[in-house]
Write a protein that binds this ligand. Structure first.
Ligand SMILES: *[C@@H]1O[C@H](CO)[C@@H](O)[C@H](O)[C@H]1NC(C)=O
Ligand SMILES: *[C@@H]1O[C@H](CO)[C@@H](O)[C@H](O)[C@H]1NC(C)=O
Ligand SMILES: *[C@@H]1O[C@H](CO)[C@@H](O)[C@H](O)[C@H]1NC(C)=O
Ligand SMILES: *[C@@H]1O[C@H](CO)[C@@H](O)[C@H](O)[C@H]1NC(C)=O
Ligand SMILES: *[C@@H]1O[C@H](CO)[C@@H](O)[C@H](O)[C@H]1NC(C)=O
Ligand SMILES: *[C@@H]1O[C@H](CO)[C@@H](O)[C@H](O)[C@H]1NC(C)=O
Ligand SMILES: *[C@@H]1O[C@H](CO)[C@@H](O)[C@H](O)[C@H]1NC(C)=O
Length: 334
């Protein structure tokens, strides 16, 4: 009897891993947790992208959905990590915030482009005085980040935004920047980020608590409607940190743990939903501390050189590597 149970257990285990292994590059007809909840499916793209070797899963549904995020998290191992790379210890925060979001779809219901060409637009000063706007607007999917404006910079960076990644300290609060065609993606780094979203979605303006525990004052209002907001699956950020940037799992006590910048998280997202990925605005000139840091505003490179939360060296090496291997095309390569 015991042997029989063991055999059943072992074959179940085998099947589980077999399924994990086979469910990599092509959408299989089998229903996986990620396909259960979004109302529409990702259009299957059957040819392999250039960067396929970097990934475990391609055509991954990158947004958490209220109804199944716990299953998804355990399927992809996100229940074994705390924020920022998993949901452990914060499942309640995730659940409360997710229940406020009416939509967790990736693309809209009219989407029918199977192999998407995407551009990830970094906020780098290298975009200044360039006229890449029209080119950028021609992609199927345009991914931007934080408060990199389109308004007033259309010639340099274009007008369209499909996705914009943000966190509470980096999101626009001026309604001039709202765009009904953009889906904004919260990258949660701490439980407070989810509480912040929940509060902005539920509590009336006057009753909001004074925000504490943010590294910079977060936005106090949301210019986006709930249907536009998604929460990024921490799997994407974990993938960026451990698999792409090769960050260690633990840092010395006297050092701040390093996390990927939004730019690298955006590229990782693109790898999981796109077939071809192009970059713009990802180059920094460290030898000229007076050169502009962003294509907007007046910040200079001197602000970037010291950063205890990110490892800029590791990121630049990663970018160089994926450009040299032709995994991506850099539109701002000199
Ligand atoms: C961009 O152009 C302006 C005006 O032509 C010039 O003053 C500025 O130095 C240029 N910036 C860069 C980074 O080339
Ligand atoms: C936003 O729009 C208003 C009204 O059009 C204008 O007065 C204001 O300067 C704009 N703000 C920014 C930051 O562009
Ligand atoms: C949003 O998309 C629709 C359909 O493509 C387009 O007609 C409209 O101009 C866009 N709105 C903005 C503000 O970009
Ligand atoms: C907000 O505060 C006011 C007075 O301080 C109170 O009457 C009202 O019930 C509160 N609303 C919510 C949604 O908590
Ligand atoms: C970086 O800045 C230095 C000093 O201004 C300049 O000589 C160099 O050409 C710049 N490099 C790039 C890649 O723009
Ligand atoms: C940047 O500098 C210019 C000229 O030096 C100034 O007019 C502008 O207001 C500054 N912009 C910001 C965002 O500080
Ligand atoms: C940053 O990454 C580089 C390259 O992976 C590594 O050599 C360096 O030790 C890292 N620095 C920190 C402070 O983690």
């Amino acid at each position: 009897m015991r042997g029989c149970l063991l055999a059943i257990f072992l074959s179940a285990l085998f099947l589980y891993y077999f399924c994990l292994l086979t469910d990599t590059f092509f959408l299989s007809p089998r229903v996986t947790p990620m396909e259960m909840k979004p109302r529409n499916k990702i259009q299957p793209c059957l040819s392999k992208p250039a960067f396929a070797s970097l990934l475990r899963y391609h055509q991954f549904h990158p947004f958490l959905c209220a109804a199944n995020f716990k299953n998804t998290a355990s399927f992809y191992g996100s229940d074994k990590f705390d924020l920022p790379y998993g949901i452990r210890a914060s499942a309640t925060h995730f659940r409360l915030a997710l229940w406020k979001l009416p939509n967790c779809d990736l693309f809209d219901e009219f989407d029918n482009v199977p192999c998407k060409k995407c551009v990830v637009v970094g906020n780098g000063g290298i975009l200044k005085n360039k006229t890449l706007g029209e080119k950028i607007d021609s992609y199927d999917v345009i991914i931007r980040m934080n408060n990199g404006p389109v308004l007033g910079h259309e010639e340099e960076v274009g007008r369209r935004t499909t996705f914009r990644l943000f966190y509470p300290e980096s999101v626009f609060s001026d309604p001039n920047h709202s765009d009904p065609n953009t889906t904004v993606i919260l990258t949660a780094f701490k439980p407070l980020d989810l509480k912040w979203l929940l509060e902005l979605l539920t509590v009336s303006w006057q009753n909001r608590s004074n925000p504490n525990g943010f590294w910079k004052e977060p936005a106090l209002n949301l210019i986006y409607k709930p249907y536009q907001i998604r929460i990024l699956d921490p799997y994407i950020t974990r993938m960026a940190a451990y698999e792409l940037l090769h960050f260690p799992k633990a840092f010395p006590k006297n050092e701040k743990p390093k996390h990927p910048t939004t730019g690298i998280i955006a590229i990782t997202l693109a790898f999981h939903i796109c077939h071809e990925v192009h970059l713009a605005g990802f180059k920094y000139n460290f030898s000229d501390l007076k050169s502009p840091l962003h294509y907007y505003g007046n910040a200079t490179m001197s602000l970037m050189s010291e950063n205890e939360y990110h490892n800029v060296t590791a990121e630049q090496l990663f970018l160089k590597d994926i450009i040299e291997k032709n995994f991506v095309t850099d539109l701002t390569q000199e």
